[in-house]
Design a protein around this ligand. Structure first.
Ligand code: GUN
Length: 294
């Protein structure tokens, strides 16, 4: 049976380490890290995500600022707010919670955030720097997965990693990061997506699988070889009559058939999810300490 990659415990360790660093900054009279978040509209999921981000900041001792706008906000007004935050010397990091309404260009908004404050790692400058192995903010989910691999001392060099899903914020950066020189990295990477002819043929050759395609239970036990490391990025609500709420959270991996065969596996929930939250805190600290750009 596989060892569980415990994202809850690992992210809690990271938060404790960050809180200690913030305490040390306070004692020295240094500048407290400060994250700003922009939230447009009243989407329930976005409200919950942003509220968690604000809570996370408070928990580790950061300052946070939440700027809210109605759905009717114009692109120009939103870009002006981004500029104001870019120019505010007290704010270290800025995120604009996505999705934003269709009349506003995500690309324009993302591009307007100063790369130095782009703690989501979505700006093309950060994506480009990441691809060139230069110091960069790495987007939260891939960064969290790298932390899990590192903290569990999982060997990656020379391994064949199969990433399923080519999204801008998970699959694509994950494939680049694991193929870079260094640790975690030095993998031979195959990136599978909706047009891949035979995904099972690929995953059967994998030492590490990162499932990030958003289809609950997609990766099944017959698709992997013994001792594979399996990272499950999916988190979908599926109907479950046995639960009081009527639904359960399910990853992209069919845990029951995969776990008995693999060496390490992330549970859902409690694997990649909590690591993603911790990553934003890590990036905000890097921003405050001017570790990426100086
Ligand atoms: N919406 C869903 N995930 C994210 C994220 O990581 N960052 C931002 N800004 N919006 C999101």
């Amino acid at each position: 049976m596989a060892t569980l990659l415990d994202g809850k415990k690992t992210s809690s360790d990271i938060r404790i380490e960050i809180a200690e660093k913030v305490e040390a900054i306070k004692i020295k009279g240094g500048k407290i890290p400060h994250l700003a978040a922009i939230l447009v509209g009243n989407d329930g999921a976005s409200e919950a995500y942003v509220s968690n981000k604000v809570k996370d900041c408070a928990q580790v001792g950061y300052k946070s600022t939440l700027k809210r706008f109605d759905n009717s906000v114009t692109e120009e007004e939103l870009l002006e707010e981004v500029e104001r935050i870019n120019d505010d010397p007290d704010i270290d990091g800025l995120i604009v919670q996505l999705p934003i309404p269709d009349h506003i260009s995500v690309q324009k908004v993302t591009d307007r955030i100063k790369p130095e404050k782009d703690v989501d790692g979505f700006h093309p400058v950060n994506v480009g720097r990441m691809a060139k192995s230069l110091p960069a903010y790495i987007s939260a989910t891939p960064y969290g997965i790298l932390q899990l691999l590192e903290r569990y001392e999982i060997e990656t060099s020379g391994k064949h990693c199969v990433v399923i899903g080519r999204s801008d914020i998970v699959g694509s950066p994950m494939s680049i990061l694991l193929s870079r020189k260094g640790y975690p990295g030095n993998c031979t990477v195959t990136l599978c997506h909706s047009r891949t002819k035979d995904i099972k043929e690929m995953t059967l050759q994998a030492d590490i699988v990162v499932a990030a395609l958003g289809i609950p239970g997609f990766l099944t036990g017959d698709m992997i070889k013994e001792d594979t490391v399996v990272i499950d990025v999916g988190i979908s609500r599926v109907e479950d009559a046995s639960k009081k709420s009527g639904f359960a959270l399910k990853g992209d991996v069919d845990f029951d058939s995969v776990a008995p065969k693999c060496s390490f596996i992330t549970p859902v929930p409690g694997g990649v999810g909590p690591m993603t939250r911790a990553s934003l805190l890590m990036n905000t600290l890097l921003a405050a300490e001017k570790k990426i750009y100086n």
